[in-house]
Design a binder for this molecule. Structure first.
Ligand SMILES: [Zn+2]
Ligand SMILES: [Zn+2]
Length: 263
């Protein structure tokens, strides 16, 4: 199972590809400009038409930029799109008629969808958006969980993700860097709040409960460019997991640009 980060940050957008041999790939989020998204797919040897389906986590622009166009990415390339009912309500209020109804699919909390040989399990996560979703994707050889943009990790999320092989997981900020960032206090409070983003320490705590001997790789995502750095995030998470007796491969997705993970 190969996993690609096409971009992973608030500033440059988020999009991820999961691709198991002999199957068509799936795209998680499309928070890049249309041109950047098409170019990034080309870098990994894909045309947009190769994508079997797209799954959207939530409506923040760093996750849906290529959907919020007069001709959305999914409409232009005829890609079915799955998202929560809350997302579609938000989308319809702003971009009604921009996408053919036959491409629009709802996925609800704890619903499983079989598509292109994968089983995709959608689950709600705590974030300040309209029914934001995380996804667990089971292929033939292994499973991957995608959970970015969440303020805390409830038991319900842990239950879905514990013990899977690949964890694509948010480690957004270092708490001290965030507090001393000089950002408006309202923004700092939002980022650090229960519906904001996970700090390195919160990510490490959660991962210490999710990682098992089956875990092959932890891919840290959505790092704040101003309030985090890859070395700090990887060492906070690595130290915590090692203290719990686990030493999975820990990678960090770069803020922009394509990176390959998985195997
Ligand atoms: Zn985001
Ligand atoms: Zn968000």
């Amino acid at each position: 199972m190969r996993i690609f980060s096409l971009s992973s940050s608030s500033k440059y957008g988020n999009a991820y590809v999961i691709w198991e041999d002999t199957k068509r790939p799936l795209l998680i989020d499309c928070g890049l400009s249309l041109r950047r998204l098409v170019n990034a797919l080309d870098e990994i040897g894909l045309c947009p038409e190769d994508i079997a389906a797209m799954f959207i986590t939530h409506e923040h622009s760093d996750h849906v930029r290529a959907m919020c166009l007069k001709t959305p990415f999914a409409q232009k390339f005829r890609i079915p799109v799955f998202a929560s009912p809350g997302f579609w309500k938000w989308f319809d209020a702003r971009h009604s008629g921009y996408i053919d109804p036959c491409l629009v699919h709802c996925i609800e909390d704890n619903q499983r969808v079989n598509i292109s040989g994968y089983t995709v399990h959608g689950f709600l996560k705590p974030h300040d958006a309209a029914e934001p979703m995380g996804y667990r994707i089971d292929g033939v050889s292994s499973s991957a969980g995608f959970v970015m943009d969440l303020g805390h990790v409830p038991q319900s999320v842990e239950t879905v993700l514990r013990g899977i092989e690949y964890l694509v997981f948010e480690a957004n900020h270092d708490v001290e860097m965030e507090k001393n960032s000089g950002r408006p206090w309202s923004l700092i409070r939002r980022v650090m709040g229960k519906l904001g983003h996970l700090s390195n320490d919160e990510a490490a705590d959660a991962l210490s409960r999710l990682v098992t001997p089956c875990t092959r790789q932890v891919i840290l995502t959505h790092l704040s460019i101003d309030c985090n750095c890859p070395e700090i995030a990887a060492s906070v998470v690595g130290d915590k997991l090692e203290a719990c007796g686990y030493r999975p491969d820990i990678k960090v997705a770069p803020a922009s640009g394509v990176s390959a993970f998985g195997a």
